[in-house]
Design a protein around this ligand. Sequence first.
Ligand code: ADP
Length: 286
Amino acid sequence: MAEQSREIYTQHLSIPNLSDAAKEVLHRQLMSKYYMIMGEGSVFLLLMIIGIAQVRKAFRRESEFLARQKTFLHSVTHEFKSPVASLRLQIETLLKRNLSTEQQQLALGNALEDTDRLDQLLEKILVAARIDNGEVPIYTERLNLSESLKNGVNKLLRTYPHRDIIEHIEEGVYAQMDPWAFNSVVNNLVENALIYSPKDKPVEVSLKKEGNKTVLLVHDQGPGIPMDERKKIFQKFYRMSTSTGYKGTGLGLYLVEYFVKKHNGTIIVKENTPSGSIFEVTLETI
Ligand code: ADP
């Protein structure tokens, strides 16, 4: 099209006695055609570049997800194997007839802990699968968060009896929440704080009202979470490369964020001083 216009322009220029004004008009028309074609071409090129970038981004996201899923299968198999092996050991111990009552009690207690671990693991996987299918019902009620939090911390202290959890829990803090979901939020956040920080360092849990908001904070003195990982850790199956030494599925924080958002709340990660992280959940108080 540009070529045709140029040809017509050249032919017109060769017309004898063509005035300068007419030449000028012809030149302007040709230039405006050029600009139109260049403009259309640039828009088309820009759209193509944006399209390619989007496809590349989607492809990269999909491959990262597949890689995380692969790692998940690997770590989940490990997570299942150890309580099953331990359970087997407890049963074998119990089958020995000459055990004292205390020894029997100890083996039964350990076996119960193993079944609890298996149960929690299965629960996480099941809930994550239900979220994908949009099948997780939320039944909210006027929940006493102070009481629920204390119960959650006590339960974790039974699993981690040698750890120190410092509580700053304001009395009588209520929110419209699903008790089971709140329990899952507390359990995942506090257990992570215990797992990812040194055994001799305490974990701090606090609950307080701030205006019409309720703030739940979980502090630990572990290595902390780098800035560029603070969003990624909430993705399904995501585990930081530094966490390979710890057991885990990469599902805990995915569930936490899901439940917090379902209750119109927010969750952020901040830096603790001198080291560690602070998970801050904000909910609406009632
Ligand atoms: P999991 O703990 O089963 O791996 P989560 O979804 O609970 O899965 O956590 C995702 C990742 O976030 C963990 O693998 C770990 O790398 C990181 N993480 C979570 N909590 C903490 C914490 N308190 N301190 C340091 N890293 C953490």
